[in-house]
Design a protein around this ligand. Structure first.
Ligand code: PDD
Length: 277
């Protein structure tokens, strides 16, 4: 497994960052996670779009998109992994600890690459279980920042409860997304997912699914819905880079539909794999 550290590729264990990296001290960093299928990176340009947007929203001194892309491709090629997962992180830079930052810092650009660890087949075939949790995250979840403690706590709470993931629900009863995935429900043959606001991440897999539905003539509605609609849905699934399309068959110990993987979820998973491969 390899790491990339500001222009150099090395074994992961050899890559270290200075303790005054602002990503380390303040969570002042952004990230992406891209995967490849059969030697081809899936939707790389869309991931680069989001990366640039995240850096812009946090007013980082930019690294040229072409340089980022070149580095990703170089690491990918050197790894030789046909099915790779690449973690990309850029922090604002390194400076003596101070909440205020100066302009003209050099962003720290690091990556790791590993072979993708696929989700267990049984989880895909039988469906996952989820709990709902209060959304304690900040007001800019559209930025892919490395401040993920609420996500980590929610995910661990789900595992401790014998479930697979947690679903964030706002104080106003709006169902948002999973801890590292977007969420769709199927109701009366059409899909519903949270619209793109500051409260969810604009997922690349979500985008892929919207495109697939458009081509396949499956109706999708981007609108808000509450926990009753979640519990009452015919099907529920999560989308994400490693998650792909993952059926959820029980939420807060209530069955979704007949608690088995639904036909639309199954079809969308197949169509996503087809697009990626
Ligand atoms: N997570 N929502 C959140 C909060 C996420 O962290 C992610 C991705 C997604 C799905 O985005 P995409 O389809 O672009 O992967 C939605 C990545 C995979 C992670 O944290 O590792």
């Amino acid at each position: 497994d390899l790491a990339y550290l500001n222009g150099k590729i090395m074994p992961i264990g050899k890559a270290t960052v200075p303790i005054e990296d602002r990503g380390y001290q303040f969570g002042d960093g952004i990230y992406e996670f891209v995967a490849s299928y059969a030697g081809r990176l899936f939707m790389l340009e869309e991931h680069l779009d989001r990366l640039e947007r995240s850096m812009g929203e946090l007013t980082f001194d930019a690294i040229a998109r072409e340089d980022i892309k070149k580095a990703i491709l170089e690491l990918f090629e050197q790894s030789g992994y046909p099915r790779a997962g690449i973690y990309i992180q850029i922090s604002r830079g390194v400076a003596p600890r101070n909440h205020a930052f100066s302009r003209g810092m050099s962003p720290q650009f690091v990556m790791t690459i590993r072979a993708v660890k696929e989700l267990p087949k049984s989880l895909r075939e039988n469906g996952a279980r989820a709990i709902t949790v209060k959304d304690l995250r900040w007001g800019r979840c559209d930025i892919k920042s490395v401040q993920l403690v609420p996500n980590c706590l929610a995910k661990q709470k789900a595992l401790d409860a014998g479930c697979d993931d947690a679903i964030f629900v706002s104080d106003q009863n709006v169902v948002r997304e999973g801890t590292s995935s977007n969420l769709f429900i199927v109701s009366d043959g059409r899909l519903i997912t949270h619209p793109l606001t500051h409260n969810i991440l604009p997922g690349i897999t979500r985008l892929a699914i919207l495109g697939i539905c458009h081509s396949a003539g499956i109706e999708v509605q981007e609108s808000f819905f509450g926990i009753e609609e979640l519990y009452g849905a015919d099907e529920v699934f999560l989308t994400g880079t490693i998650t792909e399309v993952l059926p959820i068959v029980r939420i807060d110990d209530k069955p979704i539909g007949d608690a088995a993987v639904g036909p639309i979820t199954r079809r969308l998973y197949a169509l996503l794999r087809e697009k990626a491969l």
